[in-house]
Design a protein around this ligand. Structure first.
Ligand SMILES: [Zn+2]
Length: 407
């Protein structure tokens, strides 16, 4: 056993449930971290993923790949089928549906190419079985149900059968199901969240019926509240912050944190710098200039970039962030502390949003994951509490959703 001896202090054994407030060495933190099943509920993937362009079984420019998960003891990740919000018409739906298909196929290519290293889990039990086998765990989440168009009676069962385990109602901009946390006023969205539409209510029912967690991240406050109230199963916020700590529309109000608690759900607190604290205006301006230079201020800009352009862009972005004071793991932990105070230790979790804009100083890729555990230990969370935050709570919510599904 590796213990850092502090002169004059008795060293308590690291028993689950005991508060660990003493100074721990990196190796001690790592021992605790490695005993915990860690689940990151939101990891995006780029175009070209799991092709000759990007092999996730190598140390890539991505924040998450299989070697970085191993290096950082990140056991499981929800890989995301994300589509950008477009207009509410058949053409928009068809374009988005094709994009969703591409992303899903890319996730499955990654899983199929590395059967001895990672496996797809579609239930909480499967997560634990794969963990026991020593492999990494892939799960599938949907960000923005928009691409299902109005065809949800067929799409929801299809995605459930494919193993998708959560689906957010909206992304940026309102859609056919309800209001977004970030409505687009220039596209005609009303200022006030209009709540769930009739189709949105049907979506929540279908997600419940088919064992998919309803996700309220990116969803407007009224739509979120209505979805939680009508859901027969626990609800997840897959990647959000706490509004009382930092006032950003993407963050959860205390009212929503309490609603998630009462529903048996979970609020996953995200390592997304601009949701956590004020960012230096100089940095914001520099990033805006870089984005416009790269064409990222135009719709579809990212899709138009070559892999080389994207790598160069990310390199320059990293360099800019190093120049200015940045959000840190401690800022993220402030949001976790608050969410735990309001909703309780059983209703909070941890998420990166890596490769989708997430990352803070100290947790800027999967290889740095033990730093989050270290910060929580420093704040006095017990190993048992940290295990809940890192995945125990999500597994409980998954089991609740599985139990509520129509068999
Ligand atoms: Zn997101």
């Amino acid at each position: 056993m590796l213990r850092k001896l502090i002169a004059g202090a008795a060293i308590a054994p690291f028993i689950a449930g005991a508060a660990l407030t003493q100074e721990l060495s990196e190796l001690e933190v790592r021992e605790i971290h490695d005993r915990i099943l860690t689940i990151d509920t939101h990891v995006d993937i780029p175009t070209g993923y799991a092709t000759h362009l990007i092999d996730p079984n190598t140390w890539t420019r991505l924040q998450v790949d299989l070697p970085k998960m191993r290096a950082g003891g990140l056991d499981a990740a929800f890989f995301i089928v994300y589509v950008q919000q477009r207009d509410l018409n058949e053409e928009g739906y068809a374009t988005a549906r094709a994009r969703a298909e591409e992303t899903y196929q890319a996730i499955m290519r990654m899983v199929r190419a590395n059967p001895e290293r990672i496996a797809l889990a579609t239930t909480a039990d499967e997560v634990e079985e794969i963990y026991e086998s020593g492999r990494l765990i892939a799960l599938i989440g949907i960000e923005n149900s928009y691409f299902m168009g109005e065809n949800i009676e067929e799409e929801v069962p299809l995605w459930a059968a494919r193993g998708a385990r959560y689906a957010s109602i909206t992304h940026f901009r309102n859609n056919q199901f309800g209001g977004s946390s970030n409505p687009d006023l220039s596209a005609g969205d009303p200022m006030e969240d209009p709540g769930l539409t009739d189709l949105g209510r049907r979506l929540v029912e279908l997600l419940n019926d088919h064992g998919i967690m309803v996700d309220i991240s990116h969803v407007g406050p009224q739509t979120s509240l209505e979805a939680i109230q009508m859901s027969r199963a626990p609800v997840i916020a897959s990647h959000s912050g706490a509004r009382a700590v930092y006032d950003h529309p993407r963050n959860l109000t205390d009212e929503l944190l309490e609603a998630l608690r009462d529903n048996g759900g979970v609020a996953q607190i995200v390592a997304f710098r601009s949701y956590l604290r004020d960012i230096d205006p100089g940095l914001t301006a520099a990033i805006a200039e870089l984005r416009s230079e790269a064409g990222l201020d135009q719709p579809g800009g990212w899709e138009r970039m070559t892999p080389e352009d994207r790598a160069a862009y990310q390199e320059r972005l990293r360099a800019l962030r190093a120049e200015y004071p940045d959000a840190t793991v401690a800022d993220m932990a402030d949001h976790i502390d608050h969410a735990v105070r309001v909703a309780g230790i059983d209703h909070v979790g941890i998420v990166s949003d890596f490769d989708g804009g997430g990352g803070v100083r100290g947790w800027d890729d999967a290889s740095e994951t033990p730093n989050v555990t270290a910060e929580l230990l420093r704040r006095g969370y017990s190993e048992e509490d940290i295990a809940k935050l890192w995945g125990g709570n999500v597994l409980r919510v998954m089991r609740g959703v599985e139990a509520a599904a129509v068999r």
